[in-house]
Structures are given as C-alpha cells and as structure tokens.
Design a protein. Structure first.
Length: 402
C-alpha cells in the first residue's frame, strides 16, 4: 500500500524530539508498504532550519521524506502562524508534492490543523481515503492552556478546520484514550475513532548507572520546556526540599529546550541553587543512555480539564522503557504510569506532593524501586512498542483501503 503521512514536525532518530511517524513508517516499509512522510526541515522547537536537512526528497532506512521549505519563526509570534500556512500551501500546491506518486491513502496529523486540512485536500484531489490523526485537541488546547476566548478569530478558524477534518475522515486516529466522545461531538462519524497512542523503539537496557551511586538522588525531566509543561512546579518542589535540608542529597536534571528555558533557569537559581541542572537536548536514540544515569523521572501537567480526554506524552514512554520509576504530576484517566504500576501519580500543581513523591522513592529499598521500573518496562513492551503500534496502523489502513 502506498501511504502519505503529512506531519510538519517529523523527527528522525538522530534528532531530538518525537519520532513516532518515522519509526512506524519504517516498520510499515519492512512489511512491504511504500511510505512517504511530508514535513518541514525547520525545527519545531527552535524555529530554525535543522542542520543536515535540505528541502527536497530524501530517503532514510527505506522511508521517503519530502522536506518542504518553510520560513523560520519565533515562538509565540505571528511568524509561526505564517510558517504553518506556508507549509500547508506547499503541501497542496508545490511542484515537489505534486510529483509524488498517487497514494492509496493520505494521513494528516495535527500538530496543527492547517497541515491536516492540506492533507485532506490532497486526499480529495487523489480520490483516496483521508485519515485524520489527532495528536492534540485543537482548538481546545489553545483555549485551556493559553486562555483563548471562543470569540478569538484563530479559535473560530481552527474550530471550522477541526470539524471539517472530522467530517471528511474515513477514520480518525487519536493518541488520547478518552477522546472519542469529544471527536464524535465535533463531527467524527460514530464508531470511526481509533486509539493508537504514542510508543517507543525498545532498546536493550544499558548498565544501571543511577545517580545515587554518585551520592545524589537524581530526578530527570526530558523534553520541551514550554508553558504547557508546568515545569515551574518541579522547581517549587526543589525549593521545598532544599528548605528541608535535602539540597546536597537530591538533584533535578532538565534535558531539552524550549521557550521557557531561560525563565526556568533564573527561577532555579532563586529557589533551589545547586539543586537543578539544565542540559541541552539529545537525539532521540540517546535518550535511554541519559536516563540510565538517573534514579527517577518526572513529568508534570497543568491542572486543567483538557487532560480528562487522556494523555500520550512521548517522554512517559521513554521513561517507562528505561525501567525508571516515574513521577507524574497530573490528573488524567488511563495514564500509562497508573496502568503500568511504574511510578507514582500525584495531583497537578502541587509542589509539596511532588516533593513527598521524590522522598518516597528515595527512601524506597533499591530492589523495590527496580521492580517498579521493570513493571513500567514490561507495560510498554506489551502495549507501546513500535511493532504493536504498526499492527494497529495496518488494521486501520485495511479498514479504509483494503
């Protein structure tokens, strides 16, 4: 089957960030499918062109990637909207996209809705099924995370685009376990929603190198440093632990980049000097090695109703695959930390609860902590490995394109 996947923010294993589509595409290629990813060479986190990637058609491990040139941008600015619009226009109208062989199915992924609309139109032009993959609920995420009003012009545009994509999709793929009812209420056909969460490319576990062997209990966060990640809550917890005399015993490590990183670094100096370190992002294929040097991992969510529809954070699957206990500060049903028994879930926006969870893990016998980590690893092996996700994708493809 010839499959086109439109996702502006495709990442490759030797780059930092989520590699979902490349890894699933590579597995589908191994099974005999012909897969082309359509993406932009501009890095979504920095807004600048990615080194070593040029506009045009390239191939990596049998997966073809059409890189469409788009302008650089600054986060939280009009230039980012312009970047999205240029990408969508080039998906629909560029000569490079027009030269691609006619697909059997087009998948439009929604890091933003303009790209999904462009994918829908390409599918219509080729008279082939369109699959709408929903990564985040737009525009609901903008409203609940950033406070946009229902009357904001961008929200109105996104609401129409969202409804159009749902109504025209042969199937809707969601990464969120509890989002089907929301999608059906906004235009998806009843019974057409399929859950295919994020996952991880499983690698052999490296030799244990937990931070406590070096005298400090290390808690690591990996990923984007943005407003939606609520990372200030971790720094507030670090401050509480320092006040209680644990400054020399615990280290919080942040690995990644994002628009909030500078502010978080200043906050760390003020609240918990000496307890927090910030490291540059690493390629996806090196994340496991980074996590081998930690004792626990952490992810935080905002205390907003959005997460009632579920979560599928890439970082959580990295953490669980590394067999490290996870602290999740968030309120979201059917989350992988709770389902796996691979960590501790505490309420969002509660630094004291995070601090207590860190102390609980630190005081836990090493054998018990290891078993908690192994429970998480077993869970992702059964439910979130790339072959498992590819099986689910193949099933949906067969439903719509034989």
């Amino acid at each position: 089957m010839r499959i086109h996947i439109v996702n502006q923010y495709v990442r490759l294993p030797w780059q930092d960030g989520g590699t979902r589509h490349f890894l699933i595409a590579r597995e589908l290629v191994r099974r005999g499918h012909d897969v082309t990813l359509v993406a932009s060479p501009v890095n979504y986190a920095s807004g600048r062109p990615e080194q070593g990637v040029s506009p045009g058609l390239a191939e990596y491990d049998g997966v073809k990637v059409l890189w469409l040139e788009t302008p650089p941008y600054r986060s939280h600015s009009v230039s980012r909207i312009w970047n999205m619009l240029v990408f969508a226009a080039r998906v629909m109208y560029s000569q490079a996209a027009a030269k691609l062989p006619v697909p059997d199915v087009v998948i439009g992924s929604s890091p933003h809705l303009f790209a999904a609309v462009a994918a829908r139109r390409r599918a219509a032009a080729a008279a082939v099924p369109f699959l709408f993959e929903v990564r985040d609920l737009w525009p609901l995420s903008l409203q609940e995370i950033s406070g946009f009003s229902d009357r904001h012009p961008l929200i109105r545009i996104f609401r129409r685009a969202e409804s159009s994509c749902y109504r025209h999709a042969a199937r809707t793929i969601t990464l969120l376990p509890n989002a089907a009812a929301y999608m059906e209420a906004h235009g998806a056909d009843r019974g057409s929603v399929r859950w295919i969460p994020n996952g991880v490319e499983l690698q052999p576990l490296p030799e244990d190198a937990g931070g406590e062997r070096e005298g400090r209990f290390i808690v690591t966060y990996t990923g984007t440093h943005a407003r939606a990640n609520a990372l200030e809550t971790i720094l507030q917890a670090a401050g509480l632990l320092q006040e209680r005399g644990y400054g020399d015993d615990i280290l919080f490590r942040f690995v990644g980049r994002g628009s909030e990183k500078g502010r978080l670094q200043k906050m760390a100096q003020q609240r918990a000097p000496g307890m927090v370190e910030f490291l540059d992002p690493v390629p996806k294929q090196e994340v496991l090695s980074v996590l081998a040097g930690t004792d626990a991992c952490i992810a935080t969510l905002k205390a907003i109703p959005l997460y009632r529809h579920g979560i599928s954070l890439n970082k959580l699957f990295d953490y669980l695959a590394a067999a490290r206990p996870v602290i999740l500060a968030g309120d979201s049903p059917r989350n992988p930390v709770e389902l796996s028994g691979g960590g501790i879930v505490v309420p969002p926006g509660d630094p004291a609860a995070i601090a207590e969870a860190v102390l609980r893990l630190k005081a836990m016998p090493e054998a018990e902590r290891r078993e908690m980590g192994r429970a998480g690893r077993r869970y992702v092996e059964r439910n979130h490995s790339i072959p498992v996700l590819a099986d689910r994708f193949e099933q949906v493809l067969k439903e719509v394109a034989g």
